[in-house]
Design a protein around this ligand. Structure first.
Ligand code: AKG
Ligand code: FE2
Length: 310
């Protein structure tokens, strides 16, 4: 029987349904990674060969340049299509692109003893700080971690809670009014704010997203993950581009073969063949605090790159 998937094999499919992620190795060359990341040091204002200049432990750069994933990393593009139920389910208005909005972990927590991933690790979250979340939300259709540098154990590899789809799915199914990614001004409405510490508390399966430059992790959008310590002080460079679906997810398809793997993972986690879900509030775009911070950083970067930094 020929597979219905372009890139994923049976083990990948199984792993995505049970652990919420697949690692697609070797999606672009080390040379392509070096070329695309080359401006990162000037943009940060640090010297690659002088760790004493690395003032901040972690830097989140804003995106300047974009890459067409289909052309740059066709294997990753095909795997994305496999997971979301075909490339026609990706938004055409907000196409799936990768950018140089690098997240550089230089020495986060390097002066403290290494602590393995656990529910007590700081910073667990679900991606998508720019919208009100529902069970079927299209705004963050998949979570992507693109590895632009080698990423080693204890070297800043993102912590992944591989059994977090279940708790998040149950929470969102129980809250048709949706949930906010960060606290809202008082009186806006009474929808809950995600309590990620509570959601990760029952999780027991933790993975470090390690690999080589050119590897790409594709994760279920509900997957809880967190920044980790970089005890090795080797610069770790990733991006986490979101993917917007053309339509909200569906959990009541009349033909079950039409379910995407992302949708199937939700149904399997909820232990039910279908869910009749309708959001009980309007979908809402939010402006996260990160936007103002990144605009300020971009302005500072512009000043530095044009030689006007003082
Ligand atoms: O830097 C990392 O390893 C994770 C970053 C992350 O999850 C985020 O910025 O949303
Ligand atoms: Fe994240």
């Amino acid at each position: 029987m020929t597979s219905r998937y372009q890139v994923l094999d049976d083990d990948d499919v199984d792993q995505f349904l049970t652990q919420g992620f697949v690692a697609v190795r070797g999606c672009f060359s080390r040379q392509a990674a070096q070329e695309f990341t080359q401006p990162v040091w000037d943009r940060m204002g640090y010297a690659a060969d002088a760790p004493s200049t690395w003032a901040e432990p972690v830097v989140h750069l804003a995106g300047r340049r974009q890459l067409d994933v289909r052309e740059f990393a066709p294997k990753a593009w095909a795997a994305v299509g496999d997971l979301v139920g075909g490339e026609d389910r990706i938004s055409s208005e907000l196409p799936y692109v990768w950018s140089d909005g690098f997240i550089v972990n230089l020495w986060q927590g390097a002066d403290e003893p290494w602590a393995p991933a656990s529910p007590a690790s700081p910073g667990w979250h679900k991606d998508g700080d720019f919208f009100r979340h529902f069970l079927d939300s299209p705004e963050q259709g998949l979570l992507t971690l693109v590895l632009w540098s080698d990423v080693q154990h204890q070297g800043g590899a993102t912590f992944v809670a591989a059994d977090s789809v279940g708790p998040v799915a149950r929470f969102l199914a129980a809250h048709p009014e949706g949930a906010y990614p960060f606290p809202q001004p008082p009186g806006v409405d009474d929808a809950p704010v995600f309590d990620f510490a509570d959601l990760v508390a029952p999780c027991r399966e933790f993975v470090e997203a390690t690999g080589e430059a050119g590897d790409v992790y594709l994760l279920h959008p509900y997957i809880l993950h967190a920044k980790s310590q970089n005890a090795l002080r080797l610069p770790r460079i990733i991006t986490n581009p979101p993917l917007t679906l053309a339509e909200p997810m569906r959990f009541d398809r009349s033909d079950p073969s039409e379910y995407s793997l992302v949708e199937r993972a939700v149904l399997e986690a909820l232990g039910t063949p279908s869910v009749d879900f309708t959001p009980a509030a309007v979908r809402q775009t939010l402006v996260p605090p990160r936007v103002a911070i990144q605009q300020e950083r971009m302005a500072e970067e512009d000043r530095r790159l044009s030689g006007k930094a003082h």
